[in-house]
Ligand binder design. Sequence first.
Ligand code: CDP
Ligand code: CDP
Length: 214
Amino acid sequence: MGFTVAIDGPAAAGKGTIAQRLAAHYGFAYLDTGLLYRAIGRLAAERGLDLDDGEAMGAVARALDPAVLDDGSLRGREAGELASRVAVHAPVRAALTEFQRGFARRPGGAVLDGRDIGTVICPEAEVKIFVSASPEVRARRRTDELLAKGRAVDYGTILQEVRARDERDSGRAAAPLKAAPDAALLDTSELDIEEAFRAACRIVDASPHPRSGA
Ligand code: CDP
Ligand code: CDP
């Protein structure tokens, strides 16, 4: 039997950090679903395709080789922007559904993070967590992250990017960013990483379902 932890929320809320920690703690596999959209956006841009053409983007998504997800540069700002543009298309989302659901039902348990895991991909997930933080806190985190990597960035620009991505992700018709009605809400605005992780563990441990292997 699988055990799925679905983690959703806006950019830089702390989803990935929490998801990775949970996966390590419970011995579950981890999938950062944002990488799928990032890879499609990157491939489409490299090929000079029209990112607003839903059918063309769907074709790129159907041909996606998950091996490309290992490319660390996908986590950058530019790929994030491209990702949110291709993610609005229903054919793109449809092409990725089966792969994500297969991952989620792995016998040893799985943690997936993204925007629509609890609402569309895994509505039956044993645990759903919606991670949030104010746009200002998220922009500060992203700015600090980039400064730590030696990049010259400006907080105001990052805040604008965060707000624009929130709007695109929440306002789209296909699988918009929103909390599932049965998701636990975890606001990390005032929490450091350790506190956020502990809060997430309490949510998993309080789930009425037995843990895989338990
Ligand atoms: O995956 P997502 O975009 O939601 O966020 P993340 O990559 O996990 O976190 C974004 C940045 O915020 C990272 O640099 C984290 O170390 C930091 N963070 C934090 O400072 N405090 C938290 N409670 C969670 C994340
Ligand atoms: O780490 P961060 O939250 O900045 O971004 P990400 O999770 O890698 O997602 C990049 C973009 O992909 C998001 O802004 C969404 O537009 C899209 N995405 C999505 O639509 N559905 C998902 N399950 C994951 C990402």
